[in-house]
Design a protein around this ligand. Structure first.
Ligand SMILES: Cc1cc2nc3c(=O)[nH]c(=O)nc-3n(C[C@H](O)[C@H](O)[C@H](O)COP(=O)(O)OP(=O)(O)OC[C@H]3O[C@@H](n4cnc5c(N)ncnc54)[C@H](O)[C@@H]3O)c2cc1C
Length: 533
């Protein structure tokens, strides 16, 4: 069935896709279609911030990916949650609002990507933002994405003081002039609720007559007419439809969905496509390569005092009180994100900027998404910010429903192993300061008997996992780079009327959580598309 044409078709209603749908349809003259494989964001657990702990592995609103057995992680397959719902991964993420380092974007520019230096992208971060603290040279107000503070807690204060004891400064704004330091995370929250990309950008736009939002719409392929992207074929309830775009198609299906979508459309490494029964229409070797993710290893502590979330969830009365507190005041433990406190630190003094990030999490569990420990506990998770290891996302079937093969290749590079070892040592040193010692009854993980570099690496290999930031699989780079997929205007090299805008275009993953950068990418791409005639 072929439907009438739209001006723009956006594939994927995630962090970047929601921004695009909103900005492209702001002009009533543009007819915009947004296609999302998942459903509407009706689950209440999406909107209560702590709900991510319940939704993270829920395959009714997520893709439920997992990696291939990871060679450096004792052959373990790592679960890779990705949102499959309006808002995409921003509907199931940990809400932490971090943009990355100024130097990340200046590096993108150095790689030949005009228009992506920090000075170029800062206006887009600010345009997106509604900063609860008010405007300043680094922050905007009045944008769709609400950003607010985390609640204060004595354990975070103790961590901040422990950092100061070790010479790491206090930092009250990780998205200000300098990222380095210890402080509280800001969250994408609004009056006690999650502010996903769908809440921020789709809600205000969904009644526009020129924006059509289709959910449950799995895109099967992009149809090419010679070098030009012409239409999109998608399926719902067994019925296939094709819809054409008068101006442009933009793929915003995320770091897994976008390379998979290109490969299924015959755009990608020709040999690999042919081997899986796909006609190679446009040989683009980089599609699905350059995969980067932030790898985390955790230190877990038993706390001397009943001040962690573990203590509150054990008691039905406390649970009721927490629920009531949120219901009446929109405050309390239900409003917390994936970490209340954060630390950005350099594991080696010769580094110019932080190479590790800590999430200070005021609860503990065996693994994310599992029941909290039956004792008072908290977690310091350390992740390396700029991994050298590279992986791949490659189709293994012409069936769009089949998950692609994901090889993260964690800890393949020596720099990555070194940073995670040093990060775990830093966590230990922090725990031994006079400021934190009074709160620690026992180190549960890695455990007090684990002291050497080998012990720390063994801990990372056995227990480490993703911090959910896959990026880079449709790399933005000039055509001179043989692995380039999109140019600096996010147009697929060698094709017309087709762009990619999401985490996959990052040449290198930003040094921090990735949601804010994906929203910035959506904002910038919308401007580029509206300017192109
Ligand atoms: C559990 C978890 C916790 C996280 N915590 C944080 C955090 O605290 N802070 C932070 O900054 N970042 C966090 N992140 C990362 C951040 O949310 C993501 O990097 C960001 O949302 C990615 O945006 P995107 O636009 O690239 O893709 P996504 O938001 O993943 O959107 C892609 C969309 O495309 C849809 N799609 C895919 N394929 C198809 C298809 N074939 N047809 C139609 N639709 C399709 C998907 O269903 C999805 O809705 C977290 C992520 C996860 C999963």
């Amino acid at each position: 069935m072929t439907e009438q044409a739209f001006d723009f078709i956006v594939i994927g209603a995630g962090s970047a896709g929601c921004v695009l749908a909103n900005r492209l349809s702001a002009d009533p003259a543009n007819r915009v279609l947004l296609l999302e494989a998942g459903g509407r964001d009706t689950s209440p657990w999406i909107h209560v911030p702590i709900g991510y702990y319940r939704t993270i592995f829920d395959t009714r609103i997520g893709w439920g990916y997992q990696t291939e057995p990871e060679p450096a992680l004792n052959g373990r397959r790592i679960p890779w949650p990705r949102g499959k719902v309006l808002g995409g991964s921003s509907s199931i993420n940990g809400l932490v609002y971090i943009r990355g380092q100024k130097e990340d974007f200046d590096h993108w520019r150095q790689l030949g990507n005009q228009g992506w230096s920090y000075d170029d992208v800062l206006p887009y971060f600010k345009r997106a933002e509604d900063q609860a603290r008010g405007p300043d040279p680094y922050h905007g107000v009045g944008g769709p994405l609400s950003v607010g503070d985390s609640a204060r807690h004595e354990l975070v204060e103790a961590y901040i003081q422990a950092c100061i004891d070790l010479g790491i400064p206090r930092n009250d704004d990780f998205n200000g002039p300098i990222q380095e330091g210890a402080g509280y995370f800001q969250l994408t929250n609004r009056k006690g609720f999650r502010c996903s990309a769908a809440v921020a950008y789709l809600r205000p736009a969904k009644k526009r007559p020129n924006l059509k939002i289709e959910t449950g719409a799995l895109v099967r392929r992009i149809v090419l007419d010679g070098r030009r992207a012409l239409a999109v074929t998608w399926r719902r309830d067994g019925m296939e439809r094709t819809v054409s775009a008068r101006r442009e198609i933009v793929l915003a299906a995320g770091a897994i969905g976008s390379p998979q979508g290109l490969q299924l459309s015959g755009i990608g490494p020709a040999e690999h496509l042919r081997a899986h029964g796909i006609e190679a229409l446009h040989d683009l070797p980089g599609v699905g390569h350059n995969l980067q993710d932030h790898f985390q290893a955790r230190s877990v502590y038993r706390c001397t005092r009943p001040i962690t979330l573990n203590d509150r969830v054990r008691s039905p009365w406390q649970k009721l009180l927490m629920g009531l507190e949120w219901f009446v005041f929109r405050t309390g433990p239900l409003t917390v994100g994936a970490g209340q406190g954060g630390i950005f630190a350099r594991t080696r003094p010769e580094l110019a900027t932080p190479d590790v990030q800590f999430h200070i999490i005021l609860f503990s569990a065996d693994r994310p998404g599992t029941p909290l420990h039956p004792f008072s506990g908290f977690t310091a998770s350390v992740c390396q910010l700029r991994p050298d290891s590279r992986g791949t996302v490659m189709i293994r079937s012409p069936d769009p429903e089949a998950h692609p093969a994901i090889v993260a290749n964690y800890l393949a590079a020596e720099t990555d192993r070194r940073a995670i070892i040093d990060g775990l040592h830093l966590a230990r040193r922090l725990a031994q300061t006079e400021s934190l010692k009074p709160y620690i009854a026992e180190e549960i993980e890695p455990g007090p008997d684990k002291t050497s570099d080998d012990d720390m690496l063994a801990q990372a290999r056995a227990r480490g996992s993703t911090i959910f930031h896959p990026s880079g699989t449709c790399m933005m780079a000039p055509a001179s780079n043989p692995m380039a997929v999109v140019d600096h205007e996010l147009r697929v090299h060698g094709l017309e009327a087709l762009r990619v805008a999401d985490a996959s275009i990052m040449p290198t993953v930003v040094s921090g959580n990735t949601n804010a950068a994906c929203i910035m990418i959506g904002e910038k791409c919308a401007d580029l598309m509206l300017a192109a005639r």
